[in-house]
Design a protein around this ligand. Structure first.
Ligand code: GLC
Length: 483
């Protein structure tokens, strides 16, 4: 029996009214093949989640596993009494921001900020170029907003890459993610790299007092404005989550004399889930993305679900269709061959094309890639975008459901941020539908994602405030409680 004979159309409802597709046999056969590869049925979602739960647990022990479950040393969320002015630096995948946050207590704050686009070349340049660029942005901000020049300022750094943290004021990069590939940073603490750069550019009145992940900032900032929030998730260029765990549930930290009922935010760094390839249904496109990646074998989960890769998945499918003689016959596909040619916004635009003949998609493909398409082909392309976007949302849901199951909660409030969550059409609905499939209507319906307050800015400032109150543990504080 061929793959196609075995194929059943997925029973999910289409994402919009009127997306019924009439395709010729060749296009339909290829679509069925893609449907087969990209559809994740409920029982598989449940299996992925089950495996996820056991990997989350393993990560809290000293046994080797895929998910590192990194202690952040932030031992409390804000209680509303935090006040003061703090600098925050946010290095995400796309932008760099320098902010000053006036924390006013009881969920209130004011923020001023400068935003800079990270030049693409910096992502693969030298480490000095990267850190000098960051330090120069900080210097400009400080000169503009503190012209007096001699005031000592402390800065919290949201560095959204997987780091081992021995304390709140230290962070050693494990591996670059999100398209960065700079020698001499992996395995190094970013604290001296950044502090030295501040000195090099002559920014002498700023010191780094806290390093945090964007998920931690998201959780802390969301908890500040919506008390009761227990999880922070980013669905963006990268994908990751953090949550609050009791100290006695973290066996790998038993070398510290800390109260058993104390809690700590754990940064899951779940991008590496299933690097062992036990459960995730990888397609040949996922395998190809991995093989061509500077870190093959790593970040298996993220490569299937994050904004950094969704465009590339579509690009590879389109090239494959071309090479199989299905589309763009006798056309020049050179532009499509550029690995950076397609980002996730292309899928978003195609998914929301309001015209029955997919006129906007036609313009987009023609103007950006010089490709002409028939209406039928565009329907196949749109359906492909739906498949990629739906798979991303459904597999993303597994990580969240695993946190619900691991913590044995019957409901969960999740501070959520990231471009995919905020901008990708239908992502939230698809995510929520999958919560219910995995956890059941009752509990799944009480897993609530809400758009986070600016986690990387406000969150970093709040973590600085917590550090000042002794609730985010520094190296000095930890030296006193090490057994
Ligand atoms: C990547 C990074 C992680 C970050 C996430 C969201 O997965 O490794 O640290 O939290 O992207 O930005």
């Amino acid at each position: 029996m061929s793959l196609h004979d075995a194929y059943h159309w997925p029973s999910r409802t289409p994402s919009r009214k009127g997306s019924a597709i009439k395709l010729n046999k060749t296009l339909l056969d290829h679509l069925k093949e893609l449907e087969f590869q990209f559809t994740v049925p409920t029982d598989l979602l449940k299996r992925v989640t089950e495996r996820f739960v056991s990997e989350l647990k393993r990560g809290l022990t000293t046994q080797p596993g895929d998910i590192p479950m990194i202690p952040t040393w932030v031992t409390s969320c804000p209680d509303g009494s935090e006040t003061g002015s703090y600098l925050a630096l946010d290095m995400g995948g796309t932008n760099l921001r320098v902010c000053e946050v006036d924390v006013q207590g009881n969920g209130k704050f004011d923020i001023i900020q400068n935003k800079y686009r990270m030049p693409q070349a910096l992502k693969t340049g030298t480490r000095e170029e990267l850190f000098d660029y960051i330090a120069t942005c900080v210097k400009k901000f400080v000169e503009e907003n503190h012209p007096e020049g001699d005031k000592k300022l402390e800065i919290g750094f949201t560095f959204s890459y997987p780091c081992k943290q021995a304390s709140i004021d230290d962070a050693v990069l494990i591996a670059w993610t999100k398209g960065f590939d700079i020698d001499g940073v992996e395995g190094e603490s970013i604290v001296p790299l950044f502090s030295d750069a501040l000195k090099r550019v002559g920014c002498n009145n700023v010191t780094l007092n806290a390093v945090l992940n964007d998920t931690t900032g998201t959780l802390v900032a969301s908890n500040y404005t919506k008390p009761g929030t227990e999880v922070g998730v980013i669905f963006g260029t990268g994908c990751n989550a953090c949550y609050i765990e009791r100290f006695d549930e973290i066996p790998k930290l038993h070398g510290y004399r800390l109260p058993a009922d104390m809690s700590m935010i754990i940064n899951c760094e779940w991008c590496d889930f299933d690097n062992q390839h036990v459960v995730l249904p990888r397609t040949k496109y996922d395998l190809a993305i991995d093989a061509d990646h500077p870190r093959p074998g790593l970040q298996t989960y993220e490569k299937m679900i994050a904004g950094c890769y969704m465009g590339d998945i579509l690009r590879r499918i389109l090239l494959d269709l071309h090479e199989n003689g299905v589309m763009f016959a006798n056309q020049d596909v050179t532009k499509l061959r550029d690995p950076l040619a397609m980002d996730t916004s292309v899928l978003s635009m195609i998914e929301v094309d309001p015209f029955e003949n997919l006129d906007e998609t036609e313009q987009l493909l023609e103007n950006t890639y010089g490709l002409t398409t028939t209406e039928e082909e565009r329907h196949l392309i749109r359906r492909t975008c739906e498949l990629i976007g739906t798979r991303a949302a459904r597999l993303s849901a597994c990580g969240v459901c695993a946190l619900v199951l691991k913590t044995k909660k019957q409901s969960m409030m999740i501070g959520t941020d990231g471009s995919v969550y905020n901008k990708y059409p239908h992502f939230k609905e698809r995510l929520e539908a999958a919560f219910k499939e995995v956890l059941g209507e009752e509990v799944g319906g009480k897993v609530i994602t809400t758009p986070a307050e600016d986690g990387s800015g406000v969150g970093a400032a709040l973590v600085s405030a917590l550090q000042a109150k002794g609730k985010a543990l520094t190296k000095e504080a930890l030296d006193k409680v090490r057994k």
